[in-house]
Design a protein around this ligand. Structure first.
Ligand code: AMP
Ligand code: MG
Length: 300
């Protein structure tokens, strides 16, 4: 468990311009003071992330979110009150106080309030918004445990170990910066539920930082529709239809359960060393959109 002393130390590291890995309910984040351009540049260097990929800023109150944006429309207020703390990122026009390093030079900033007590305690203790991407090297699998973070970065940064993350895939990203709301990244909060309040236009528009995204295991991954598996030693993940393979892994039949298990399953299979990972195609319905998106990106 995490002690108040560990939080205080980590908060001091953030205030002094350092990096800290911390748990959120989605995946582990690699955090820095969002208002300190040179601290934020350290995140990009350590991850090997291209500077064209904007970071999400994590806040502990709606007031802190509002201090970062030039406009706080009614839809933002309604969505924040309904889903925060939670796995929803809102993209809004930024205030000059947010450095261009955080937003990849865009005049908008992505903000969310994470639903994890350690993340909220850290932000509160630091007294600052914390910019954080996932705590992995660029293009690799996102970490859902502290051990995954240690595998990527060793002891080069402090890691707050809050146990396995609950949601397991990255947040839903919704832009409220234009005339109409736009879904930039599907997540576990489905599009259809967001549409009730905001009625986004169908289909994701391209946004900087999305084109190069990967969430890939080292082992090649293929999506399977029929009963034909790739050749060699295969691990097969399924919901409905088991097939013969070296490893056959039943996955949870709900999108929430599947998302929570997905990355840790892929991390584990990477360690075991298969020729390929085959994944039965998941349902093409709105609640599954976030999971389907991560599997498709992993298959690229
Ligand atoms: P990650 O930190 O890896 O979860 O990725 C953050 C993602 O949030 C980016 O790839 C974008 O899709 C999205 N995002 C963050 N900030 C912005 C922004 N200002 N404009 C558009 N998309 C953003
Ligand atoms: Mg990431």
């Amino acid at each position: 468990m995490i002690t108040p002393d560990q939080i205080a130390l980590a908060a001091r590291a953030i205030r002094e311009g350092g990096l800290v890995a911390f748990p959120t309910e989605t995946v582990y984040g690699l955090g820095a003071n969002a208002l300190d351009a040179s601290a934020v540049r350290r995140i990009f260097r350590l991850k090997g992330r291209p500077s064209t990929s904007p970071l999400i800023v994590h806040v502990d109150t709606i007031d802190m979110a509002r201090s970062l944006v030039a406009a706080w429309p009614a839809a933002a207020d309604e969505l924040a009150r309904r889903h925060w703390p939670g796995p929803l990122t809102l993209v809004l026009p930024k205030q000059p106080v947010v450095p261009g390093e955080v937003t990849a030079g865009l005049d908008t900033v992505g903000i969310r309030m994470p639903a994890h007590p350690v993340a909220l305690d850290l932000i509160r203790a630091a007294g600052l918004p914390i910019a954080a991407p996932s705590a992995n090297r660029f293009t690799q699998l996102s970490p859902t445990t502290a051990a995954h973070v240690r595998d990527a970065f060793g002891d080069s940064i402090p890691i707050l170990d809050g146990g396995p993350t609950q949601v397991g895939i990255e947040s839903t990203v919704l832009s409220l910066a234009g005339d109409e709301p736009v879904l930039l990244r599907p997540g576990i909060i489905p599009f259809a539920e967001l549409r009730r309040i905001t009625e986004p236009t169908a289909g994701a528009h391209p946004s900087p930082g999305m084109h190069e995204r990967h969430y890939s295991p080292r082992t090649p991954l293929a999506i399977v529709d029929g009963d034909l598996l790739p050749a060699g030693r295969v691990a097969y993940l399924y919901i409905r239809r088991p097939l013969h393979a070296a490893r056959v892994i039943p996955m949870p039949a709900t999108p929430e359960g599947y998302a929570a298990a997905l990355y840790s399953t892929l991390h584990q299979l990477d360690r075991e060393g298969f020729d390929s990972i085959a994944v039965e195609r998941v349902p093409a319905t709105a609640p599954w959109a976030g999971v389907a998106d991560r599997i498709e990106r992993a298959a690229k």
